[in-house]
Design a protein around this ligand. Structure first.
Ligand SMILES: NC(=O)c1ccc[n+]([C@@H]2O[C@H](COP(=O)([O-])OP(=O)(O)OC[C@H]3O[C@@H](n4cnc5c(N)ncnc54)[C@H](O)[C@@H]3O)[C@@H](O)[C@H]2O)c1
Length: 382
C-alpha cells in the first residue's frame, strides 16, 4: 500500500514510517520541522542529536534497502498538500502533523493561536486533499485519550448510546478536554465526523494515551535512526521525563497528589496499532474510533516504578510532590474501554522493570547533555 505519513520527522512519525516500510509498504513522509523549530524557540534541546529527514531516509535505505520518499513543507499550505497528494497518490494517510504538547498550547496567546491554526488547518487540508486526489484513501488520524477528560462514568470507545425520553440515539462520546491542545483534537474529530457524514470519507481516529520509550525493531539497525527524545516539561511525556530526571539526580516532579490516571503505551505499541489500523481499514463513510493504550497508571505509580528500577542502578532518586501547574483532577474515577485494537490483533507490550532499566541505562550515556534548567519551567494553566 502507498502510505503517506504526515509529521514524519516526529517522535512517533519517523519510527512509524520505518515500521510501515519494513512491513513492505511504500512510504512517504511530509514534515516542515515545526517541532524542531518550536524547541529551538523555547531553548529546549533533544537528549541527543537527530539527523534531518533526508539524512534519516538515506540511512534507512542503506540499512534496509527500502526507500522512504521525503517531502519538506508546511501542510497548512494548500499548494504543498496538493503537490504531495497528487504526486504520491496515497492509499492511506497517517496524520500525525500537529502541535502535540498541552503545556505549549497553554504558554501564551501566540502559542495558543499557533496550536489552533496549525492543527485545524492541517486536518482540514488533509480532508480536502483526500477528497480531491484520493477519495478512497483511508485517513488514520491521531487523536488523544485527553479528548474524553476524566468523566465520572466509564469511557466507551468513541461512541455512547443515549436513551432520552424513551428514544435512543448513538452520539460521539462526550468530550471535555483539560488543555487547549486537547481541545483542538476534539475539534479535529468533529471536522472528520462532519466530512465522513457529508462526503463518505473513511477515517480511523485513534484516541492515544501518553507514549513512552524510544526503542523499536527498526532503530536497532543503527542508533542514528532513533526518534528525538524530549525530557523538558513542555514537550516531554511524563515517563520519558521521569527517566531523565532520575539519571540527572533531579527529583521526580509529581504534580499535586499524583493520582492523575491515564492510559499509557510503549512506542512499539503505537507502531503496531497504526499498522493494524492501516492494514484493516475503516469502511467508506465510517468514522471508526479506537482507544489506543495498553494499561493505566497514576503519576504516583510511574514515579514509584522509576524509583524502584533506579535503585537497582544505585541512582539516588527522590519523589517530590509539587504544586500542580495544571487544572486537572488529582484523584478521579478512570475506566476507559480499549478492546478495539486488541480485536484487530494487537498484542500489548506492558511496562516492565527491564524496559525501565534499558531506558535508564541508555539515558545515562547522555547524562552530560542533560540541562536541568530545562526540566521544569512551571507553565501554569491559569
Ligand atoms: N507522543 C504522545 O505521547 C502522543 C499521545 C497522544 C497523541 N499524540 C498525537 O500523535 C501525533 C504525533 O505526536 P508526536 O509526539 O510524534 O509529536 P511530534 O511533534 O514529534 O510530531 C509531529 C510532527 O508533525 C510536524 N508538523 C506539525 N505541524 C506541521 C505542519 N503544519 N506541516 C508539516 N509538518 C508539521 C512536526 O514538525 C512534527 O515533526 C500528534 O498528533 C499528537 O497529538 C501523541
Amino acid at each position: 500500500m502507498r502510505i503517506l505519513v504526515l509529521g514524519g520527522d516526529g517522535y512517533l512519525g519517523w519510527p512509524t514510517a520505518m515500521h510501515l516500510s519494513a512491513h513492505g509498504h511504500d512510504v512517504a513522509v511530509a514534515d516542515n520541522y515545526l517541532r524542531r523549530q518550536l524547541c529551538r524557540e523555547e531553548q529546549i534541546d533533544f537528549l541527543f542529536e537527530v539527523p534531518d529527514l533526508n539524512q534519516r531516509a538515506a540511512l534507512w535505505q542503506s540499512v534496509s534497502g527500502y526507500q522512504i520518499v521525503v517531502y519538506i513543507g508546511d501542510l497548512c499550505q494548500w499548494e504543498f498538500v496538493a503537490e504531495v497528494f497528487a504526486d504520491f497518490k496515497p492509499q492511506a494517510i497517517v496524520h500525525y502533523a500537529e502541535q502535540p504538547a498541552a503545556p505549549y498550547s497553554m504558554l501564551n496567546r501566540q502559542a495558543a493561536t499557533l496550536t489552533l491554526q496549525n492543527n485545524l488547518t492541517v486536518t482540514a487540508n488533509v480532508i480536502f486533499g483526500a477528497k480531491e486526489f484520493c477519495s478512497d484513501a483511508h485517513i488514520v488520524k491521531l487523536g488523544t485519550m485527553g479528548e474524553y477528560g476524566t468523566p465520572n462514568i466509564d469511557i466507551e470507545e468513541g461512541w455512547l448510546d443515549v436513551e432520552h425520553n424513551g428514544r435512543k440515539h448513538t452520539f460521539l462520546y462526550p468530550r471535555q478536554a483539560s488543555s487547549l491542545y486537547h481541545t483542538t483534537k476534539i475539534m479535529d474529530t468533529d471536522l472528520l465526523w462532519f466530512y465522513v457524514r457529508t462526503w463518505g470519507l473513511r477515517v480511523t481516529d485513534l484516541m492515544q494515551g501518553p507514549v513512552y520509550g524510544l526503542f523499536t525493531d527498526e532503530s536497532e539497525k543503527d542508533q542514528r535512526l532513533l526518534p528525538f527524545f524530549n525530557y523538558d516539561e513542555i514537550f516531554g511525556t511524563v515517563l520519558n521525563r521521569f527517566v531523565v530526571q532520575a539519571v540527572a539526580g533531579y527529583p521526580l516532579t509529581v504534580y499535586g497528589k499524583g493520582g492523575q490516571t491515564r492510559g499509557y503505551l510503549n512506542i512499539k505499541d503505537t507502531l503496531n496499532c497504526v499498522r493494524l489500523a492501516v492494514d484493516k481499514p475503516a469502511e467508506t463513510g465510517e468514522l471508526r474510533i479506537f482507544n489506543q493504550f495498553s494499561e493505566t497508571f497514576s503519576v504516583n505509580d510511574l514515579a514509584q516504578k522509576v524509583a524502584k528500577a533506579g535503585k537497582k542502578l544505585d541512582l539516588k532518586i527522590k519523589i517530590e510532590h509539587i504544586e500542580n501547574p495544571r487544572m486537572e483532577a488529582e484523584t478521579h474515577y478512570y475506566n476507559p474501554k480499549h478492546t478495539g485494537l486488541l480485536d484487530l490483533g494487537l498484542t500489548p507490550h506492558y511496562l516492565s522493570e527491564e524496559d525501565l532499566l534499558e531506558m535508564l541505562e541508555f539515558v545515562s550515556q547522555y547524562k552530560g547533555r542533560i540541562n536541568t534548567d530545562q526540566i521544569y519551567r512551571n507553565v501554569k494553566w491559569n
